[in-house]
Design a protein around this ligand. Structure first.
Ligand SMILES: NC(=O)c1ccc[n+]([C@@H]2O[C@H](COP(=O)([O-])OP(=O)(O)OC[C@H]3O[C@@H](n4cnc5c(N)ncnc54)[C@H](O)[C@@H]3O)[C@@H](O)[C@H]2O)c1
Length: 211
Protein backbone atom coordinates (compact mmCIF):
# COMPACT_ATOMS: atom_id res chain seq x y z
CA UNK A 1 0.00 0.00 0.00
CA UNK A 2 3.01 2.26 0.62
CA UNK A 3 3.34 2.87 -3.13
CA UNK A 4 0.06 4.88 -3.04
CA UNK A 5 0.96 7.15 -0.10
CA UNK A 6 2.24 9.93 -2.39
CA UNK A 7 -1.01 9.96 -4.40
CA UNK A 8 -3.22 12.96 -3.45
CA UNK A 9 -6.37 10.98 -4.34
CA UNK A 10 -5.50 8.23 -1.85
CA UNK A 11 -6.19 8.37 1.89
CA UNK A 12 -5.33 5.64 4.36
CA UNK A 13 -7.08 5.30 7.74
CA UNK A 14 -6.24 2.50 10.13
CA UNK A 15 -9.38 1.37 11.96
CA UNK A 16 -10.94 -1.67 13.57
CA UNK A 17 -14.35 -2.20 11.99
CA UNK A 18 -15.76 -3.65 15.19
CA UNK A 19 -14.58 -1.06 17.70
CA UNK A 20 -13.81 2.22 15.92
CA UNK A 21 -16.32 4.82 14.71
CA UNK A 22 -16.54 4.65 10.91
CA UNK A 23 -18.77 7.63 10.13
CA UNK A 24 -15.97 10.00 9.07
CA UNK A 25 -14.56 7.48 6.59
CA UNK A 26 -17.91 6.78 4.93
CA UNK A 27 -19.32 10.26 4.44
CA UNK A 28 -19.18 11.46 0.83
CA UNK A 29 -18.23 8.05 -0.61
CA UNK A 30 -19.93 6.66 -3.74
CA UNK A 31 -19.22 3.02 -2.99
CA UNK A 32 -17.73 0.77 -0.33
CA UNK A 33 -15.43 -2.15 -1.14
CA UNK A 34 -15.69 -4.40 1.89
CA UNK A 35 -12.84 -6.91 1.86
CA UNK A 36 -11.92 -6.96 5.56
CA UNK A 37 -12.47 -10.37 7.12
CA UNK A 38 -10.79 -13.18 8.92
CA UNK A 39 -10.21 -15.59 6.01
CA UNK A 40 -8.48 -18.38 7.99
CA UNK A 41 -10.78 -21.38 7.63
CA UNK A 42 -8.95 -23.46 10.25
CA UNK A 43 -9.31 -20.87 13.07
CA UNK A 44 -13.06 -21.53 13.22
CA UNK A 45 -12.56 -25.00 14.67
CA UNK A 46 -10.41 -23.59 17.51
CA UNK A 47 -12.36 -20.39 18.19
CA UNK A 48 -15.93 -20.44 16.81
CA UNK A 49 -16.53 -16.77 17.76
CA UNK A 50 -13.88 -15.23 15.51
CA UNK A 51 -15.69 -15.54 12.16
CA UNK A 52 -18.99 -14.44 13.66
CA UNK A 53 -17.39 -11.28 15.02
CA UNK A 54 -14.87 -10.35 12.32
CA UNK A 55 -17.02 -11.37 9.36
CA UNK A 56 -20.72 -11.23 10.29
CA UNK A 57 -20.75 -8.43 12.90
CA UNK A 58 -18.15 -6.39 11.01
CA UNK A 59 -20.20 -6.67 7.79
CA UNK A 60 -23.33 -5.64 9.66
CA UNK A 61 -21.45 -2.59 10.99
CA UNK A 62 -20.34 -1.67 7.46
CA UNK A 63 -23.92 -2.01 6.16
CA UNK A 64 -25.30 0.12 8.99
CA UNK A 65 -22.73 2.87 8.41
CA UNK A 66 -23.52 2.76 4.67
CA UNK A 67 -27.22 3.07 5.40
CA UNK A 68 -26.66 6.05 7.74
CA UNK A 69 -24.31 7.77 5.27
CA UNK A 70 -26.68 7.12 2.32
CA UNK A 71 -24.12 5.06 0.36
CA UNK A 72 -25.91 2.81 -2.07
CA UNK A 73 -23.20 0.63 -3.59
CA UNK A 74 -21.26 -2.23 -2.01
CA UNK A 75 -18.63 -4.55 -3.43
CA UNK A 76 -18.19 -7.61 -1.22
CA UNK A 77 -15.78 -10.54 -1.25
CA UNK A 78 -17.54 -13.77 -0.33
CA UNK A 79 -16.14 -17.22 -0.90
CA UNK A 80 -16.73 -20.48 -2.75
CA UNK A 81 -16.68 -22.24 0.67
CA UNK A 82 -20.34 -21.22 1.11
CA UNK A 83 -21.15 -24.15 -1.26
CA UNK A 84 -19.64 -26.67 1.18
CA UNK A 85 -18.76 -29.93 -0.57
CA UNK A 86 -20.33 -29.08 -3.92
CA UNK A 87 -20.94 -32.04 -6.18
CA UNK A 88 -20.62 -29.88 -9.29
CA UNK A 89 -17.23 -28.37 -10.24
CA UNK A 90 -17.07 -25.66 -11.61
CA UNK A 91 -19.96 -24.73 -9.32
CA UNK A 92 -22.62 -22.49 -10.89
CA UNK A 93 -23.88 -19.46 -8.93
CA UNK A 94 -27.35 -20.95 -8.59
CA UNK A 95 -26.05 -24.20 -7.08
CA UNK A 96 -27.87 -25.36 -3.97
CA UNK A 97 -28.57 -26.15 -1.28
CA UNK A 98 -25.81 -24.02 0.23
CA UNK A 99 -24.36 -26.14 3.02
CA UNK A 100 -21.08 -24.67 4.27
CA UNK A 101 -18.88 -27.06 6.24
CA UNK A 102 -16.73 -24.41 8.00
CA UNK A 103 -17.61 -21.51 10.28
CA UNK A 104 -15.80 -19.27 7.81
CA UNK A 105 -18.13 -20.42 4.99
CA UNK A 106 -21.16 -20.08 7.27
CA UNK A 107 -20.13 -16.56 8.30
CA UNK A 108 -19.74 -15.41 4.68
CA UNK A 109 -23.11 -16.93 3.78
CA UNK A 110 -24.62 -14.98 6.69
CA UNK A 111 -22.94 -11.83 5.31
CA UNK A 112 -24.48 -12.47 1.89
CA UNK A 113 -27.90 -12.84 3.50
CA UNK A 114 -27.47 -9.55 5.41
CA UNK A 115 -26.33 -7.77 2.26
CA UNK A 116 -29.30 -9.09 0.29
CA UNK A 117 -31.71 -7.94 3.01
CA UNK A 118 -30.10 -4.47 3.25
CA UNK A 119 -30.27 -4.08 -0.54
CA UNK A 120 -33.96 -4.93 -0.64
CA UNK A 121 -34.92 -3.00 2.50
CA UNK A 122 -32.85 0.15 1.99
CA UNK A 123 -32.54 0.38 -1.81
CA UNK A 124 -28.84 -0.48 -1.94
CA UNK A 125 -26.97 -2.33 -4.70
CA UNK A 126 -24.29 -4.91 -4.10
CA UNK A 127 -22.05 -7.09 -6.13
CA UNK A 128 -20.85 -10.20 -4.31
CA UNK A 129 -17.89 -12.32 -5.47
CA UNK A 130 -17.59 -15.93 -4.35
CA UNK A 131 -13.86 -16.26 -4.88
CA UNK A 132 -11.99 -19.52 -4.56
CA UNK A 133 -8.23 -19.48 -4.02
CA UNK A 134 -6.77 -16.15 -5.06
CA UNK A 135 -3.06 -16.39 -5.92
CA UNK A 136 -0.52 -13.66 -6.57
CA UNK A 137 2.85 -12.32 -5.55
CA UNK A 138 1.77 -10.96 -2.14
CA UNK A 139 0.03 -14.16 -1.07
CA UNK A 140 0.16 -14.66 2.72
CA UNK A 141 -2.21 -17.57 3.38
CA UNK A 142 -3.94 -20.50 1.70
CA UNK A 143 -2.85 -23.80 0.23
CA UNK A 144 -0.35 -22.45 -2.35
CA UNK A 145 1.30 -20.27 0.31
CA UNK A 146 1.52 -23.33 2.60
CA UNK A 147 3.11 -25.37 -0.23
CA UNK A 148 5.69 -22.62 -0.89
CA UNK A 149 6.55 -22.40 2.84
CA UNK A 150 6.85 -26.19 3.10
CA UNK A 151 9.11 -26.34 0.00
CA UNK A 152 11.27 -23.53 1.39
CA UNK A 153 11.77 -25.53 4.58
CA UNK A 154 12.40 -28.77 2.69
CA UNK A 155 12.77 -28.58 -1.13
CA UNK A 156 13.07 -32.38 -1.37
CA UNK A 157 9.67 -33.28 -0.04
CA UNK A 158 6.15 -31.82 -0.26
CA UNK A 159 3.49 -32.88 2.23
CA UNK A 160 -0.03 -32.69 0.74
CA UNK A 161 -2.94 -33.02 3.14
CA UNK A 162 -5.82 -35.39 2.29
CA UNK A 163 -5.42 -38.31 -0.12
CA UNK A 164 -3.70 -36.21 -2.77
CA UNK A 165 -6.47 -36.61 -5.38
CA UNK A 166 -8.44 -33.48 -4.44
CA UNK A 167 -8.75 -30.60 -6.92
CA UNK A 168 -9.11 -26.86 -6.29
CA UNK A 169 -9.95 -23.82 -8.39
CA UNK A 170 -7.56 -20.85 -8.49
CA UNK A 171 -7.81 -17.29 -9.73
CA UNK A 172 -4.91 -14.92 -10.37
CA UNK A 173 -5.10 -11.65 -8.43
CA UNK A 174 -5.07 -9.42 -11.56
CA UNK A 175 -8.07 -11.32 -13.03
CA UNK A 176 -9.78 -11.08 -9.65
CA UNK A 177 -9.36 -7.27 -9.51
CA UNK A 178 -10.46 -6.87 -13.15
CA UNK A 179 -13.60 -8.92 -12.39
CA UNK A 180 -14.38 -6.70 -9.40
CA UNK A 181 -14.13 -3.51 -11.48
CA UNK A 182 -16.24 -5.16 -14.18
CA UNK A 183 -18.97 -5.89 -11.59
CA UNK A 184 -18.89 -2.34 -10.24
CA UNK A 185 -19.26 -0.99 -13.78
CA UNK A 186 -22.19 -3.37 -14.35
CA UNK A 187 -23.93 -2.00 -11.22
CA UNK A 188 -23.49 1.62 -12.44
CA UNK A 189 -24.85 0.68 -15.89
CA UNK A 190 -27.80 -1.13 -14.29
CA UNK A 191 -28.55 1.91 -12.09
CA UNK A 192 -28.28 4.24 -15.08
CA UNK A 193 -30.75 2.14 -17.09
CA UNK A 194 -33.11 1.91 -14.10
CA UNK A 195 -33.07 5.70 -13.68
CA UNK A 196 -33.53 6.26 -17.40
CA UNK A 197 -36.49 3.84 -17.39
CA UNK A 198 -37.97 5.64 -14.38
CA UNK A 199 -37.55 9.06 -16.00
CA UNK A 200 -38.98 7.63 -19.22
CA UNK A 201 -42.08 6.28 -17.52
CA UNK A 202 -42.46 9.61 -15.65
CA UNK A 203 -42.42 11.48 -18.98
CA UNK A 204 -44.89 8.99 -20.49
CA UNK A 205 -47.24 9.42 -17.52
CA UNK A 206 -47.02 13.22 -17.69
CA UNK A 207 -47.77 13.06 -21.43
CA UNK A 208 -50.75 10.83 -20.80
CA UNK A 209 -52.09 13.18 -18.11
CA UNK A 210 -51.75 16.19 -20.43
CA UNK A 211 -53.15 14.35 -23.45
N1 LIG B 1 -7.50 -14.94 -0.62
C1 LIG B 1 -8.41 -15.79 -1.05
O1 LIG B 1 -8.09 -16.83 -1.66
C2 LIG B 1 -9.87 -15.50 -0.84
C3 LIG B 1 -10.83 -16.40 -1.36
C4 LIG B 1 -12.18 -16.11 -1.17
C5 LIG B 1 -12.56 -14.97 -0.50
N2 LIG B 1 -11.60 -14.14 0.00
C6 LIG B 1 -12.06 -12.95 0.73
O2 LIG B 1 -11.40 -11.81 0.17
C7 LIG B 1 -11.15 -10.83 1.20
C8 LIG B 1 -9.69 -10.47 1.23
O3 LIG B 1 -8.94 -11.67 1.46
P1 LIG B 1 -7.37 -11.65 1.65
O4 LIG B 1 -6.88 -12.97 1.19
O5 LIG B 1 -6.77 -10.40 1.06
O6 LIG B 1 -7.30 -11.64 3.23
P2 LIG B 1 -6.30 -10.86 4.20
O7 LIG B 1 -6.35 -11.56 5.52
O8 LIG B 1 -4.98 -10.69 3.55
O9 LIG B 1 -7.01 -9.44 4.31
C9 LIG B 1 -8.10 -9.20 5.16
C10 LIG B 1 -7.85 -7.90 5.89
O10 LIG B 1 -8.98 -7.65 6.72
C11 LIG B 1 -8.50 -6.98 7.88
N3 LIG B 1 -9.47 -7.10 8.97
C12 LIG B 1 -9.96 -8.22 9.56
N4 LIG B 1 -10.81 -7.91 10.55
C13 LIG B 1 -10.87 -6.55 10.59
C14 LIG B 1 -11.56 -5.60 11.40
N5 LIG B 1 -12.37 -5.99 12.39
N6 LIG B 1 -11.38 -4.29 11.16
C15 LIG B 1 -10.56 -3.87 10.17
N7 LIG B 1 -9.87 -4.71 9.37
C16 LIG B 1 -10.01 -6.02 9.59
C17 LIG B 1 -7.19 -7.71 8.19
O11 LIG B 1 -6.37 -6.91 9.01
C18 LIG B 1 -6.60 -7.93 6.80
O12 LIG B 1 -5.78 -6.85 6.44
C19 LIG B 1 -11.67 -11.46 2.50
O13 LIG B 1 -12.97 -10.99 2.72
C20 LIG B 1 -11.69 -12.96 2.20
O14 LIG B 1 -12.66 -13.62 2.99
C21 LIG B 1 -10.27 -14.36 -0.16
Amino acid sequence: MKEHFGNKRFRFHRADLLNDPLRNFFEGCDAVWHLAANPEVRIGAENPKIHIEQNVLATHKVLEEMRKAGIKTLVFTSTSTIYGEAEQIPTPENYGPLLPISLYGASKLACEALISAYCHTFGMNAVIYRFANVVGKRLRHGVIYDFIMKLKRNPNELEILGDGTQTKSYIYIDDCINAMFFGLKAISQHEKHKNEAKEGSGKAKRKKLRG
